[in-house]
Ligand binder design. Structure first.
Ligand code: MG
Length: 120
């Protein structure tokens, strides 16, 4: 069965890179440019995992997860944080992320963590 991943990042180049990479790996990919876009995307989509940037305009990654919780939907989605923020690990723990990968990320690491997240 095909797994769907929602990629949330304000870096358009990175979004497109991740889309190409993940589609090559057989994932269906949806993109969002910040937390607000992601919330809107989730109105019509139930991804198997979310790849989440932290530093984004309008609604950052942490605020996005808080809003998911407020809406009672946090438990639906495994979240993998992808961030250059030095405090990303701490934030990832706070929001109950499955994994936290630095930027630039290691492709094999990302694919391994993602596969683990969607098969659990
Ligand atoms: Mg960012």
């Amino acid at each position: 069965m095909v797994s769907t991943v929602l990629v949330v990042d304000d870096d358009r180049g990175l979004r497109e890179t991740l889309r190409a990479l993940l589609e090559l790996e057989g994932y269906e990919v949806a993109l969002a440019g910040d937390g607000l876009d992601a919330l809107r995307a989730l109105e019509g989509l139930s991804p198997d995992a979310i790849l989440l940037d932290l530093m984004m305009p309008r609604m950052n990654g942490e605020e996005f997860v808080q809003e998911l919780s407020r809406r009672g939907r946090r438990a639906e989605f495994p979240i993998i944080i992808l961030s250059a923020d030095t405090r990303a690990r701490q934030t990832a723990d706070q929001v109950g992320a499955r994994a936290c990968l630095p930027k630039p990320f290691d492709v094999d690491d990302l694919l391994n963590q993602l596969e683990r997240a969607v098969t659990q």
